[in-house]
Structures are given as C-alpha cells and as structure tokens.
Design a binder for this molecule. Structure first.
Ligand code: 13P
Length: 256
C-alpha cells in the first residue's frame, strides 16, 4: 500500500517572513491529518527557517531544484551538500526549469543521480506540451522523458514521479482524472520495465496541474494516482489543508 503524498511547490513566491507565516499557519492543521505524507517546497532562502519551524512536525520539507555538482565555481547555484539536513525531497525536471532554464533530460538525469547519492528523494516531473497533447503524443513524450531522466539510475521507493501536463499548469484547466490515471498507469509500466514489478509498485506517482480543493477528489480517488504536486493552491492555507484532508479521507475509505 503506497502512502499518498501531497507536495506544495511554492515556486518563486513568498519572502522569508511570508514563508514563515505560511508554514506556521498550516502546520497545526496539517499535523492533525494522518495517512497522507505532506511536503512543502519553499524557495531556497526560506528552507532553513521552514526546516527549523517544522522540527518535530510530520510536515516535511522539499527543495525546488539543485545543482548536480557538490561544490565549486557555479555562481548562484545550490549544491546537494547545502540541502542535506534541511530537506528530505527535491523537485527535479519541473517543466518551468525545462522551459525557462533549458534543462534537458540529460541534466535532469545528472541531478537525479546526485540527489539520490546524497539521500535526497527526487520528485521527478514529466509532462507534455499542449501541442503534443493535441497530437496524441503524451505517452511518447512522457516515456522519453522518463527513460532519459532515469538512465543508469537504480530505482527504489525513494523516487517520486509527478505527471504534470504543461497545459494544465497554472491555467486552471486540470486534466481529467481518467486521462491522468491512464498516463500514470503507463508511467508505472515504464518504471517496471526500468526496474522490477515490486519497485514499480512502491514508487509514488502524483498528478500536478491546477489541482485545487474543488478537484482533488477526481485525482486522489483514482487507483493509479498517489497524490498531487500542487502549485498555486499550496500558497493558500485553506486550499492546501483541504487538499490534504480530502486525500486522507479517500485513502481511509479505500483501505476499508
Ligand atoms: P499549479 O497547481 O499552479 O497549476 O502548478 C502545478 C505545478 O507546476 C506544481 O509543480
């Protein structure tokens, strides 16, 4: 049985004071919800403060990126050595990194290997563009991204994959649950091909793209979908808490 996971990707939002307030506002409510793993991914400058606030909490911390080198002359970059001890997860290969910072699958592959080497759990993002979706290329694109990003990686349950169709990110137009479930089942098949049946059954695969408290049930209720990577709604305590709560309720019922 995979424990559902809801991760909030705050992206480039919140200064230090706002991040501290946001996590303080959400912590008691989220700590009271069980049967779901909860993660917040603030901007780098707030990671340390958020980590301090969450000591002793079940709410976990993730980073939004890392550099694949351990240290050196890489101005402006953040190395895995700086993240270990501060966070458990790291988002890698987000479509915004691919689109605006020219991150290729090869770079994502290097970052993923580095994350695993330093004990950070990657949340690997994959997903197709609108034109690719319209041309029926979703499966092909996602398969290519997965195979290249996971090349020569020994897979384990530490890997999380997030299927985020680019056309659904920040647009208010979420995918439909049935479609997302089909893509995610396909992703699990690929992971099985790249590892083993038992590993593929342990890897959690999330949906991301315009998830809100009004549509989370459509995704969390699907058999192949193990939770969500939430952008905009993770900055609103009411929304994020409700998303986590509803996911927990669905999980309880599915275990009855
Ligand atoms: P939105 O939930 O704002 O669409 O963002 C999704 C996302 O990109 C999470 O990583």
């Amino acid at each position: 049985m995979r424990l559902p996971l809801i991760a909030g990707n705050w992206k480039m939002n919140t200064n230090l004071a706002e991040a501290v307030k946001l996590v303080n506002d959400m912590r008691p409510h989220l700590d009271a919800i069980h049967d779901v793993e909860k993660v917040v991914c603030p901007p780098f400058i707030s990671l340390s403060a958020v980590h301090e606030i969450l000591k002793g909490s079940q709410l976990k911390v993730g980073a939004q990126n890392l550099h694949f080198e351990e240290k050196g002359a890489f101005t402006g970059e953040i190395s895995p050595l700086m993240l270990t001890g501060l966070c458990e997860y790291v988002i890698l290969g987000h479509s915004e990194r691919r689109q605006y910072f020219q991150e290729t699958d090869e770079v994502v592959n290097k970052k993923l290997k580095t994350a695993l080497k330093f004990g950070l759990k990657p949340i690997l993002c994959v997903g197709e563009k609108l034109a690719e979706y319209e041309d029926g290329l979703t499966s092909e694109v996602v398969t290519g991204q997965l195979k290249a990003s996971l090349k020569d990686v020994t897979l384990s349950e530490n890997l999380v994959v997030a299927y985020e169709p680019i056309w659904a990110i920040g647009t208010g137009k979420a995918a439909n649950g049935t479609q997302a479930n089909a893509v995610i089942s396909r992703i699990r098949k690929i992971i099985q091909e790249l590892s083993t049946e038992s590993t593929s059954q342990c890897v959690r695969i999330l949906y991301g793209g315009s998830v809100t408290m009004d549509n989370i049930q459509e995704f969390a209720g699907m058999p192949a979908i193990d939770g969500a990577l939430v952008g905009g709604a993770s900055l609103k305590p009411d929304q994020f808490i409700s998303i986590v709560k509803q996911t927990a309720q669905i999980n309880c019922h599915s275990q009855e």
